[in-house]
Ligand binder design. Structure first.
Ligand code: PLP
Length: 371
């Protein structure tokens, strides 16, 4: 089945007790045992599983082409579950420009806990190869990356990981399974902040880990989920699943609008540089063309005149909202370096935009007057 059909139907069935087309939200935290003590309807206690989470996990497995999914209360909780499934002394390779929250988790929680971590330029395969150690157990990729939109070669990095028996993870939050299918390209696990495009309406936090194979490593992730309990509520799962129903159509419109804005900014005299993999001069353009269907709804740009000018542009937008996060129907703009804190490597005149679903001419007019 095609992704549009899966997005509408996967994890969906008419409620047998009422005939309701829209699934009910099952708030019960506990479920009835049968006389022999078993759980014939599959659920025991809501931290372990519940019908809304089961539906969401089933849908995500179908969309990514995986065999199992563990849903979490946020993208960061899902990220943590992967690192928690490693052992102290294991070595992880992560991109230098990983989402700053992922880098923070590694440096502030998992390095003190015992993981060894090397941050590399994941787009430079020689550098990745040279950083591998005998105890490397996991290579983390994020493509396109945040906020510089770097494109990592998923099959090549997965090959390097598999050569040494390590796992390759791809944070597919920005591309979504509509634009990029990391499990088909060699990754073992996909990470999502469902908070973003999958939920799609800036109204629900969530995360998920999707596994190609339900192996021993995934079983550990499942244990972290069910025993640690950083799980999404039934309502969170319901909202996320509702968002997913329109995901393929939203991703196309986000990508179409973002490409036009990138082209507009690229021609603008007060814009120094545009980061969007859909532009031919982007260093990852050819690779993105191979491993993505479209180029997504995120872009960054540097404003000529430094940080003050970038802040001024941000203060003048009327339709874009100044806010962090991404993936909702509304367009957002953000001065990224001040969000990432003093250790950031992000240029201080860089603005990141999450391009929404408004009419393209209205968005371009708004950026035009602000610039
Ligand atoms: N991964 C990426 C690429 C993100 O952009 C984010 C959040 O911005 C996360 C993970 C973390 O997700 P959450 O905010 O739901 O914890």
């Amino acid at each position: 089945m095609r992704i549009e059909t899966l997005a509408v139907h996967a994890g969906h069935s008419v409620d047998p007790s009422t005939g309701a087309i829209t699934p009910p939200i099952q708030l019960s935290t506990t479920f009835e045992r049968s006389e022999d003590g078993s759980y014939p309807r599959g659920h025991l206690y809501s931290r372990v599983s519940n019908p809304n989470r089961e539906a969401l996990e089933h849908c995500l497995s179908k969309l990514e082409g995986g065999s199992a999914t563990a849903a979490f209360a946020s993208g960061s909780a899902a990220t943590m579950s992967i690192f928690q499934s490693l052992s102290p002394q294991d070595h992880v390779l992560a991109p230098k420009d990983a989402y700053h929250g992922t880098a923070k988790l590694l440096t502030e929680i998992f390095i003190p806990w015992g993981l060894a971590v090397t941050f590399v330029d994941m787009t430079d395969l020689d550098q990745v190869h040279a950083a591998i150690r005998p105890n490397t157990k996991l290579i983390w990729t994020e493509t396109p990356s945040n906020p510089l939109l770097k494109i990592t070669n998923i099959p090549e990095v997965a090959n390097l990981a598999h050569h040494i028996g390590a796992q390759c993870v791809c944070d597919n939050t920005w591309a979504t399974p509509v634009l990029q299918r990391p499990l088909e390209q060699g990754a073992d696990l996909v990470l999502h902040a469902t908070t973003k495009y999958l939920g799609g309406h800036s109204d629900v936090l969530g995360g998920a880990v999707i596994a190609k194979v339900e192996d021993f490593f995934f079983q550990k992730i499942r244990t972290v989920q069910q025993t640690g309990g950083a799980v999404p509520s039934p309502f969170d799962c319901w909202l996320t699943l509702r968002g997913i129903r329109t995901l393929p159509y939203r991703m196309r419109a986000h990508s179409e609008n973002a490409l036009k804005i990138a082209q507009f900014l690229d021609q603008h005299p007060t814009v120094e540089k545009v980061y969007y993999p859909g532009l031919q001069q982007h260093p990852g353009h050819n690779l993105a063309n191979q491993q993505m269907k479209l180029f997504g709804g995120m872009l960054s740009f540097q404003v000529a005149g430094g940080q003050n000018r970038a802040m001024e542009v941000c203060s003048k937008v009327k339709l874009f909202t100044r806010a962090t996060s991404l993936g909702g129907t509304e367009s957002l703009i953000e001065h990224r370096a001040s969000m990432e804190g003093p250790k950031t490597q992000t240029p201080d005149n860089l603005l990141r935009a999450s391009v929404g679903l408004e009419h393209i001419e209205d968005l371009i007019e708004d950026l035009g007057q602000a610039l």
